[in-house]
Design a protein around this ligand. Structure first.
Ligand code: NAD
Ligand code: TYD
Length: 353
């Protein structure tokens, strides 16, 4: 079972598993919150080894039934509330989904599996934001960096990581965790920096840069992350944590200028036109200065390495958004919510007739 399968990273992981492993029976579980979009999975929806289930990880009765009826053997857990700005505006749904939802799932896995058996794995997908914020020359996050989360989002993910390890140490649940840096790529909801700015440049709307744009993020293409998840799932050692990142630190303002330059070229606009949309706005409260990952453990012990350079990945990402304007339009107008009703509820009617 892959939870959060209709979200940004979950949809890439689901597509990759369904395509690469025809013998796996994949249950793609998602509540379809504002961030879940079944259009992300439309190209694999008829595959024999793919089954979408709409459900809430916080609904333990529903999830218990699913575990038993579908004989869930392994979990790759991505379902979460994922945006820092939303966590500042409304922290409680983050605590509910990320902390309580994850804890419910862990407990079900413990109930359902003979815990110490090596036949199962509960793989928890987490973020580098649990480690807090680095100074400009403050080194890198590695797997033994002390947790120091500073936003409601990162605190909820840190709590869920602790719960995962607690279920491992206390009950012997077979787990593995990876903590990844900022992802970008196709299908990302246009609330995060890169897709929001791509959308705003297309629509000639302002580009709101928080503070002076000097904060640093370590960017990784989503397909490189999905590949890391595949490798950790198959080769990761039980109970271990792996940091995933592309050694690719960028100041926000530099990302934005590169994005503006590429968009001007691709939209045939005058050089410098998109950059005129940049607007410096009030900083995000508690804005972490810098994230940077030391991924040497995953590179050395699992032979994982990223394939995309940032310039190439960003250019391809822009191309994807320009070639899939209807995806962006469906999301920004809200009509993407109709996809589930059209594809799935109609089919239910047919079955019931
Ligand atoms: P996303 O917001 O795009 O997707 C999250 C998905 O979870 C959505 O499809 C949503 O419908 C689903 N969901 C939310 N609440 C649910 C619930 N109660 N029950 C079932 N499904 C529910 O997020 P994303 O960017 O794809 O991130 C996926 C995971 O990876 C998260 O756990 C996130 O913390 C982690 N992560 C993200 C990044 C990043 O840069 N985006 C980096 C590192 C780690
Ligand atoms: P975001 O994509 O929200 O990811 P995270 O907060 O998890 O790192 O933001 C990436 C960086 O871009 C972060 O430093 C905040 C900044 N940012 C802006 O300057 N303006 C925006 O409108 C957004 C959404 C983010």
């Amino acid at each position: 079972m892959i939870t959060g399968a209709a979200g940004f990273i979950g949809s890439h992981v689901t597509r990759s598993f369904v395509t690469k492993y025809p013998n796996y029976k994949i249950i793609a579980l998602d509540l379809l919150t504002y961030a879940g979009n079944l259009e992300n999975l439309c190209d694999i929806e008829n595959k024999a080894n793919y089954d979408f289930v709409k459900g809430d990880i916080c609904d333990s009765d529903f999830m218990r039934k699913l575990f038993v009826e579908r004989n869930i053997t392994d979990v790759i857990h991505l379902a979460a509330e994922s945006h820092v700005d939303r966590s500042i505006a409304d922290p409680f749904v983050f605590i509910k989904t990320n902390v309580l939802g994850t804890s419910h799932l862990l407990h079900l896995a413990k109930e359902s599996w003979d815990s110490k058996s090596g036949d199962h794995i509960f793989y928890h997908i987490s973020t580098d934001e649990v480690y807090g914020s680095l100074e400009l020359n403050g080194g890198f996050f590695n797997e033994s960096t002390a947790y120091d989360p500073r936003s409601p989002y990162s605190a909820s993910k840190a709590s869920s990581d602790h719960m995962v390890r607690a279920w491992h140490h206390t009950y012997g649940l077979p787990i593995v965790i990876s903590n990844c840096s900022n992802n970008y790529g196709p299908n990302q909801f246009p609330e995060k920096l890169i897709p929001l700015f791509i959308n705003n440049i297309i629509e000639k709307k302002a580009l709101p840069v928080y503070g002076q744009g000097l904060n640093i993020r370590d960017w990784l293409h989503v397909e490189d992350h999905a590949n890391a998840i595949d490798i950790v799932f198959h080769k990761g050692q039980m109970g271990e944590t792996y940091n995933i990142g592309g050694h690719n630190e960028w100041k926000n303002i530099d990302v934005i200028h590169l994005l503006c330059k590429l968009m001007d070229q691709k939209l045939d606009r005058k050089n410098g036109e998109s950059a005129q949309l940049i607007k410096f706005v009030t900083d995000r409260p508690g804005h972490d200065l810098r994230y940077a990952i030391d991924a040497s453990k995953a590179e050395q012990t699992l032979s994982w390495k990223p394939n995309y350079s940032f310039e190439e990945g960003l250019s391809k990402t822009i191309d994807w958004y320009l070639e899939n304007k209807s995806w962006l339009q469906n999301v920004t107008t809200g009509s993407y919510k109709e996809y589930y009703k059209k594809q799935y509820l109609d089919r239910t009617k047919e079955v019931n007739r």
